[in-house]
Design a protein around this ligand. Structure first.
Ligand code: FES
Length: 93
């Protein structure tokens, strides 16, 4: 039996997702929280379509009726330097 990667960030295969759904995590939001899909560094950009399609096939829900779980910020990567205070401020003592 071949293994198909569904979420590359979280190392989730199709078998992991199907097993979670059969264990009762049969809503996309609870599936997200249980498996960590959509929660890796890409915030689901690479796996959302895979997970939603597999979820639809496993549960019988029509894909068009499903909503991709909410992506939480930071959706776009930012540099560490952008978080550092600017030099020359009052805190430079
Ligand atoms: S591939 Fe799933 S969160 Fe990045």
């Amino acid at each position: 039996m071949s293994k198909k990667m569904v979420c590359f960030c979280q190392d989730l295969t199709d078998a992991d997702i199907v097993r979670a759904i059969k264990e009762g995590y049969d809503h996309l939001e609870t599936l997200k929280r249980f498996t960590g899909a959509f929660m890796g560094p890409c915030q689901g950009k690479m796996c959302a379509a895979n997970v939603v399609k597999l979820y639809a096939e496993t549960t019988g829900h029509p894909v068009e009726d499903l909503r991709i779980p909410t992506m939480r910020p930071p959706v776009e990567p930012i540099s560490l330097g952008s978080l550092a205070p600017e030099k020359g401020g009052d805190d430079d003592a």
